[in-house]
Design a protein around this ligand. Structure first.
Ligand SMILES: COc1cccc(N2C=Cc3cc(S(N)(=O)=O)sc3S2(=O)=O)c1
Ligand SMILES: [Zn+2]
Length: 260
């Protein structure tokens, strides 16, 4: 395991030295531009059926704030859309900036959002998560943009209330009874393409489902995320901000849209 980060000598431009696939042809995130997107009317709607009791803990791993779910059976699943079957929800996490004008990983027609929520699911046709990570159809990530506005989504409060308990790297606390589908925007319109983890190991195993409609968060809520520290309790407080990877070359990949 090699230490990697988002700035200076271990930043995104250096990742390929320890994770050569970071220079692959199917990397994420990417720019999504209307004029290069292909409307695919055969794309089905996607459905999430999540069990709120599957939620286990919320943690700060020094790179993001993550909520972990029980994925020992088909308990919380995503299906439909571009997916061949059900995919099990394993975790959700966020990417955000040092200010409200940037922080998302995917960029839409030149627009960067303040942040991006990723819900990570794996294909249970593989024996376990680590096996799924090595397959092109192993993982599905539902990505939802965070846009700063005046009327924030009240459902975000539950996650942000826990931030004080996981201020430093390595902190993990129980996070029971949470159904992440309450965070979804009204519209289920999405873009989809084949890509990778946006952090090391950068495996190219992800079917990305990027929602067109952002969810609204307040500037204070973004500031709450920025109050997390990259470091552990007994180390200097380094603000956990700008944990997003710059967009990668699209090469010969098609981005399909579920909407006209
Ligand atoms: C061997 O692959 C493994 C094994 C165990 C954990 C991970 N992960 C690391 C990075 C990573 C990046 C994600 S993103 N931003 O693309 O949604 S999700 C995710 S992870 O699953 O936590 C990868
Ligand atoms: Zn992510």
């Amino acid at each position: 395991y090699y230490p990697w980060g988002y700035d200076g000598d271990n930043g995104p431009d250096q990742w390929h030295k320890n994770y050569p696939i970071a220079k692959g042809r199917h990397q994420s995130p990417i720019e999504i531009n209307n004029k290069e997107v292909h409307y695919d009317r055969s794309l089905l709607p996607w459905f999430a059926s999540y069990d709120p009791c599957a939620a286990k803990t919320i943690l700060n791993n020094g790179k993001t704030c993550r909520v972990v779910f029980d994925d020992s059976f088909d308990r919380s699943v995503l299906r439909g859309g571009p997916l061949p079957g059900v995919y099990r929800l394993r975790q959700l996490h966020f990417h955000w900036g040092s200010s409200d004008d940037h922080g998302s990983e995917h960029v839409v027609n030149g627009v960067r959002y303040a942040g991006e929520l990723h819900l990570l699911h794996w294909n249970p046709k593989y024996s376990n998560y680590l096996d799924a990570v090595r397959r092109t159809d192993g993982i599905a990530v539902l990505a939802i943009f965070l846009q700063v506005g005046k009327t924030p989504k009240p459902e975000m409060k539950r996650i942000l209330e826990e931030i004080n308990a996981i201020k430093t790297k390595g902190k993990e606390v129980p996070f029971p009874n949470f159904d992440p589908s309450i965070l979804f925007p009204k519209s289920h319109d999405y873009w989809t393409y084949h890509g990778s983890f946006t952090t090391p190991p950068c495996e190219e195993c992800i079917t990305w489902i990027v929602l067109r409609e952002p969810i609204i968060v307040s500037s204070d809520q973004m500031a709450k995320l920025r109050s997390l520290s990259k470091n552990a309790e007994n180390e200097p407080d380094l603000p956990l901000v700008d944990n997003w990877r710059p967009t990668q070359p699209r090469y010969f990949r098609m981005v399909s849209a579920s909407f006209l």
